[in-house]
Design a protein around this ligand. Structure first.
Ligand SMILES: [Zn+2]
Length: 160
C-alpha cells in the first residue's frame, strides 16, 4: 500500500519479536512493516516487494532475502544491520511515522496551531504529520536526543 517504487532505501519486514527494532527503523526513515503474528501472506508480499525479512528464526538463515538477528539488544541488532547494509549512511530521521510506517508530510505551523501545545506552535516552524494516524511530529529536545542516540549507536563498533 505505502510502497514506493524505485526507492533506493532498504525496506524491511520485522517478525513479531522485533517490534522495537521496527519502530526504530521507521524513526530512522526506513520503510518497515511489522507482523504481530507469524504471517505467511505478509512474508509472500515482502518477497514480492523486495523487503528484507528481519527475524529471530534461524531456519530462515539460508534465505537470501532475510537476515537472522541473533542479538537480544536493540543497539546490537542495529549495529549488525549497519554492518551489512550501511544503514548509518542512509538515515532520514523523522520522515516516517513510527506507529504506522506512512511517509510524513510537511505542514505549516498555522495549520497545526490548535493541535499542538501553544508553546510548540509559537516556537517551531516545521511540522510533519502522518497522513494515516494524523500524529504530528516536530523537532524538539526529544527528537534531538533520539538522533543523538542513533549516531552513538552507529559510531560504536559492533561487538564492543
Ligand atoms: Zn501514523
Amino acid at each position: 500500500m505505502s510502497k514506493t517504487h524505485s526507492d533506493p532505501q532498504a525496506s524491511f519486514l520485522c517478525d513479531q519479536n522485533l517490534g522495537r527494532l521496527a519502530r526504530w527503523l521507521r524513526i530512522m526513515g526506513f520503510d518497515t512493516e511489522y507482523m504481530r503474528t507469524w504471517d505467511e501472506n505478509a512474508l509472500k508480499r515482502a518477497r514480492t516487494d523486495g523487503r528484507i525479512l528481519l527475524t529471530r528464526r534461524r531456519e530462515f538463515a539460508s534465505d537470501r532475502q532475510s537476515i537472522v538477528l541473533k542479538h537480544d539488544f536493540l543497539k546490537d541488532q542495529l549495529r549488525c544491520l549497519d554492518k551489512r547494509l550501511k544503514l548509518s549512511e542512509k538515515l532520514q530521521p523523522y520522515s516516517r511515522c513510527s506507529i504506522c510506517n506512512a511517509s510524513l508530510k510537511y505542514v505549516k505551523a498555522q495549520d497545526v496551531k490548535n493541535l499542538v501545545p501553544e508553546y510548540v506552535s509559537t516556537t517551531r516552524e516545521a511540522f510533519v504529520r502522518c497522513p494515516r494516524c494524523l500524529r504530528i511530529y516536530w523537532k524538539g529536545t526529544h527528537t534531538v536526543k533520539m538522533v543523538d542516540a542513533m549516531h552513538r549507536i552507529f559510531s560504536t563498533r559492533a561487538g564492543s
